[in-house]
Design a protein around this ligand. Structure first.
Ligand SMILES: Cc1cc2nc3c(=O)[nH]c(=O)nc-3n(C[C@H](O)[C@H](O)[C@H](O)COP(=O)(O)OP(=O)(O)OC[C@H]3O[C@@H](n4cnc5c(N)ncnc54)[C@H](O)[C@@H]3O)c2cc1C
Length: 315
């Protein structure tokens, strides 16, 4: 009976959506799509078949239906009330990697680690740092991801995006104004593919760097935990973790939301935390740092959706 009711509701919702070749799933808990493993439901999750399918969806969906793209979900905190709109999740149709005209070209759903290992196999240098970043190519471009002195903008040649009206464009790094953990992408666009400079390197040297970065990461960060990576950006010439430590926030917690003992710019869901607990904990840290050192911490983690309180009051 419940299954029938659900099916009828889904069919009703589907009528309002463009007829795509990809897949719609309704009322999907976004906790399953994020590293933190928290977050309420999205009205619909759309997995486009390919770029043309994504273009068709964005051209024909109702303007009143907001959309948001999630990559590997390693830098995102989805609030408990979920996302009232369409989540776009790129899959197999965006997972190719190839070498063409001296460029390494990767679909936006390719994982950074996969790209790094592909570069190693083909003796291409400059991608070593990506082996330790758990995101996707789309997320790496949106966040200008980086570590150990390197960032995506150092190797990027171009990106292909589908804008919010469904049109395909090629953009170049200077147009994205890439700075520390930030790219200025057109509002509502989806990165579908990117070209990177493929510079020949020495295989042994590349392997050595990869091992070195993996080891450094293992030693210094709680990489196996339910986390979103660095919670806050480093303020000018200062380390966020140091300011957090000095303000006495290492290891503090609210319920199962905890500031990591190992690296105190990482927040952890130690099991059963809510997004609300994690966000409140982050705000407490910001407040304590402000009080102690006068420094303003800016969230690096992207927070989306509505709180469960807001959802209740809207119902
Ligand atoms: C253990 C751990 C370690 C980490 N270490 C680092 C680190 O060293 N350096 C670093 O920079 N980051 C680090 N991060 C954070 C994170 O991995 C990066 O920011 C990563 O680039 C996010 O990619 P993602 O695919 O997971 O994006 P998501 O978290 O899914 O999304 C992040 C943002 O990118 C946007 N986005 C994702 N895909 C697309 C797309 N196709 N088109 C347009 N926008 C898109 C989303 O809309 C969102 O705004 C770490 C995270 C964890 C959990």
């Amino acid at each position: 009976m419940l299954t029938n009711t659900r099916k009828i509701l889904e069919e009703k919702q589907a009528v309002l959506l463009p007829k795509v070749t990809g897949r719609y799933s309704f009322d999907v808990m976004l906790s399953g799509l994020t590293w933190f493993q928290v977050g309420g439901p999205a009205s619909v999750v759309f997995k486009p078949e390919d770029t043309a399918d994504l273009q068709y969806f964005l051209k024909n969906k109702l303007n009143s239906l907001p959309h948001f793209v999630i990559g590997a979900g390693s830098n995102i905190l989805v609030r408990d009330g979920g996302f009232n709109g369409a989540i776009i999740k790129l899959g197999r149709g965006f997972s190719k990697i190839l070498i063409e005209n001296g460029e390494l070209i990767a679909g936006a759903a390719v994982l950074d680690r996969t790209l790094s290992m592909f570069a190693l196999q083909h003796n291409i240098k400059g991608f070593e740092f990506l082996v330790t970043i758990p995101g996707s190519v789309g997320g790496a471009i949106a966040m200008n991801a980086g570590c150990y002195g390197f960032e995506v903008k150092d190797i990027l040649s171009w990106v292909e995006i589908v804008d919010q009206n469904g049109n395909l464009h090629r953009l170049y790094p200077h147009e994205l104004k890439m700075t520390y953990r930030k790219s200025v992408l057109p509002k509502g666009c989806v990165v579908v593919r990117a070209g990177f400079r493929a510079e020949a390197g020495d295989n042994v040297d590349i392997q050595y760097r990869i091992q070195e970065y993996l080891q450094l990461r293992e030693e210094s960060q709680p990489i196996k935990g339910r986390t979103g990576g660095s919670t806050f950006k480093n303020p000018d010439s200062e380390k966020a973790w140091k300011l957090i430590d000095e303000a006495g926030c290492r290891g503090i917690s609210i319920g199962s939301a905890k500031i990591s003992e190992k690296h105190c710019n990482f927040m952890l869901n130690t099991g059963g935390a809510s997004a609300d607990e994690l966000e409140r904990l982050g705000e407490i840290v910001r407040q304590k740092v402000k009080e102690y050192s006068g420094k303003h911490l800016e969230w690096e983690i992207i927070r989306i959706g509505q709180s469960s309180e807001l959802k209740k009051s809207a119902a």
